[in-house]
Ligand binder design. Structure first.
Ligand SMILES: [Cu+2]
Length: 474
């Protein structure tokens, strides 16, 4: 019983008799249609009820029953004017929903296996409209298909959604303090080292006036820096906080064994796991979440580093700082006030809107500028959480004296380096001695990222001038 279209031919009447308001609005949008009919454009039409059932599992929607049975992310064909119901059934314990953004309808977000919910809308415009899971990363991970209305040709590229209001924040500053670096172990013997990590999902400002929902370790981006010595046994205590929406875990690049600890730490909200590993190699190692969709968990802030000191530690310096770069994918560009939403399409295209140090646009500027004195030597532990962008790490106005390239802490360092490439999931250790006062500017020298996307920070160095080194009064 498809294809009827009981058009009641109200259109001519409306155009011909605009004064008959009350039942006819100026745009036809309060047209009063009778029982069993609905408004499509300027017409009242009869509708058929059409329903589909999808089950959510393994990052896909699987059709249940009828022509779509067993098909992954099936097309859902309907006629113009149909009343469409989509029922979602959970085939696993996870977090999923389904929404049709064009019609602004969505099911509840479901968790328990076997739970279900439905959405309903009137197919009022021909075209092809995506249905997808709104849990961050799940659309990019594969949970997307199409509702095809009529011919499928139509105004599918609808106007972009407007950003919503900024949310209340859970923390004043998402950025980890770059000076929060643990002291050297100062040990010559191995030891047991216990580290404590919590997965924390929270809202914070990504820049002034703009909020974002971060997933973190211990409430900051990056998570804490940890420090142990080669040969140590490290005990990881990992808790996924009660009240979180997502599963989380940790993959340590310092670990030898399955998933770097990801399998051992996989945790549902409200659970804790512990595992231990032997630090077999010295170096500065990234850790990150490895729960699907992995790039989304990383982009939203789940990364940090652990320093495994070599048997012969690096020479002491005056100041140590901890900085990590990450790329974030949002629906709107930087400078848009409101609450930024994660954008799965931008993630898939690897087209970040934000590239940041320690989780935030232009982090180390204003009152958060990093401070140092002339004559001091600073060691920067710098890593890239990513998930995708390579950093061309550079300090405008200085030259790195020592570069422990790729965080190899055993070989002799490279000397006098201007810019160092640091890959996603990689790190570097650099030493720099400040000879004259200046505002030195940390950047990713792919400079669009620095000046438009946020990968910029200042090290403000104070102290006596040295006109032999630089003289602006010649
Ligand atoms: Cu995670």
């Amino acid at each position: 019983m498809r294809g009827r279209m009981l058009a009641l031919v109200m259109t001519a009447l409306m155009i011909g008799a605009p004064l008959l308001s009350g039942c006819i609005g100026p745009k036809g949008n309060d047209l009063s249609c009778g029982e069993g009919t609905t408004q499509v454009g300027y017409e009242c039409v009869g509708y058929n009820d059409v329903s589909f059932t999808l089950r959510a599992e393994n990052m896909a929607f699987i059709g249940v029953g009828g022509a779509i049975d067993g098909i992954s992310n099936p097309d859902l064909p309907v006629e113009l004017g149909d009343r469409v119901t989509i029922t979602l059934i959970m085939s696993e314990t996870n977090l999923h929903d389904v929404n049709v953004e064009y019609y602004n309808v969505a099911t509840a977000q479901l968790v328990e296996e076997g739970s279900e919910d439905s959405l309903t809308f009137i197919a009022s415009a021909e075209g092809t409209y995506a249905y997808y899971c709104t849990v961050p990363g799940h659309r990019a991970g594969g949970m997307v298909g199409n509702v095809i209305i009529g011919s499928g040709q139509g105004p599918s590229n609808f106007v972009e959604a407007q950003i919503g209001a900024a949310l209340d924040v859970d923390t004043d500053n998402i950025a980890r303090d770059p000076l929060d670096v643990p002291a050297p172990t100062a040990r010559t013997e191995v030891a047991d080292v216990h580290i404590y990590m919590e997965a924390v999902e929270l809202v914070a400002e990504i820049q002034d006036g703009t909020t974002f929902t971060y997933w973190t370790y211990n409430g900051t981006v990056p998570g804490p820096m940890f420090r142990a010595r080669v040969g140590d046994t490290v005990f990881v205590h990992f808790t996924n906080l009660e009240g979180n929406a997502m599963h989380h875990n940790v993959d340590f690049h310092a670990v030898t064994g399955q998933g770097g600890g990801a399998a051992a730490t996989e945790a549902a909200p409200g659970t804790t796991s512990v595992f231990s590993f032997k630090a077999m190699h010295p170096g500065l190692f990234v850790y990150h979440c490895a729960t699907p969709d992995i790039p989304t968990h990383i982009s939203k802030g789940m990364y940090g580093m652990i320093l495994i000191e070599p048997e012969i530690p690096l020479p002491a310096v005056d100041k140590e700082v901890y900085i990590m770069q990450g790329d974030i994918y949002t629906k709107w560009r930087p400078g848009t006030a409101g609450h930024q939403e994660f954008d799965d399409n931008a993630l898939f295209e690897e087209n970040p809107t934000f590239v940041v140090f320690n989780g935030k646009f232009a982090t180390f500027t204003g009152e958060d500028t990093i401070k140092a004195e002339v004559g001091e030597t600073m060691r920067i532990y710098f890593g890239v959480g990513g998930p995708n962008t390579i950093s061309s790490f550079h300090l405008i106005g200085e030259i790195f004296d020592n570069v422990y390239n790729m965080a190899d802490l055993v070989s002799e360092p490279m000397k006098s380096v201007q810019t160092i490439a640091v890959v996603p999931g990689g790190a570097v250790v650099v030493d720099v001695t400040f000879d004259v006062p200046a505002n030195y500017i940390l950047v990713d020298h792919a400079l669009t990222r620095a000046f438009h996307k946020g990968a910029v920070g200042i090290i403000a160095v104070t102290g006596p001038d040295d006109p032999e080194i630089i003289n602006d009064e010649v």
